[in-house]
Design a protein around this ligand. Structure first.
Ligand SMILES: [Mg+2]
Length: 229
């Protein structure tokens, strides 16, 4: 079957989430005088990343809500360092969510690769991010021009890796699983989720983390997509 549709994850696949988070948090760290509370920015930041990843797992499994995710990740980071200042954690959480999506760092060669692929395929996004946040990111980093359908988990009512979001994505884009490819950085969420429905997956794995299971394709750089498709 000829491939017609390429579905992309957004965060950590096209939009360089870690670089953008680092930029935003390092600005806020100075503005909110967080150097008075934490041993160093890197210790604060590395703890935040771990806390946030754990809470995102809980959110994906419907154990916590979007609103609590946004605040609790900073409250828990503060607690890790015994910093008792809830108001400051809440303020940081709100300001981070407000400002972060306006950052526009993308992975290397992103625009070049998408321009090329768009001339041959229909491109879509499937993201677990929040509707209003993801639309600011798409706009700030000038990504809207490439994509026909932008499917967020909020719109679909369910997050990846649940099958319903992939079914929803196929349905709104008029695609068949057999003529579609899913490209994403999260092996379980993007790749195994898609392959369960018969959509072949490309694992974007820039850090070359070893996986015990395999999906159809693995790439470490977006440019490799041009060799595959
Ligand atoms: Mg991702």
């Amino acid at each position: 079957m000829k491939i017609k549709h390429l579905f992309f994850d957004l965060d950590h696949t096209l939009w360089d989430f870690n670089k953008n988070a680092l930029e935003t948090l390092s600005e806020l760290y100075l503005e909110l005088n967080l150097e008075d509370c934490f041993p160093s920015f890197s210790e604060f930041y590395n703890t935040y990343i771990k806390v946030n990843e754990h809470l995102w797992d809980l959110y994906r499994n419907k154990k916590i809500t979007k609103d609590s995710l946004r605040t609790v990740r900073f409250v828990n980071t503060f607690q890790f360092f015994d910093v008792q200042n809830n108001d400051l954690a809440v303020r940081l959480g709100n300001e981070y969510v407000r400002r972060g999506p306006y950052k526009s760092n993308l992975f290397d060669s992103c625009h070049e690769v998408l321009t090329d692929l768009k001339s041959r395929y229909q491109l879509h996004i499937i993201t677990n991010g929040f509707e209003e946040v993801q639309s600011i990111k798409m706009e700030s980093s000038n990504l809207n021009q490439y994509f026909d359908q932008i499917i967020t988990s909020e719109k679909a009512g369910v997050t990846k890796p649940h099958s319903q979001i992939f079914e929803y994505a196929l349905s709104v884009s008029g695609a068949k699983a057999s003529e579609s490819i899913m490209i994403g950085d999260n092996f379980e969420v993007d790749c195994l989720g898609a392959e369960k429905l018969g959509i072949k997956a490309v694992h974007f794995n820039p850090d070359k983390i070893v996986q015990h299971k395999k999906v159809c394709y693995e790439i470490a750089h977006l440019k490799e997509l041009l060799r595959l498709f």
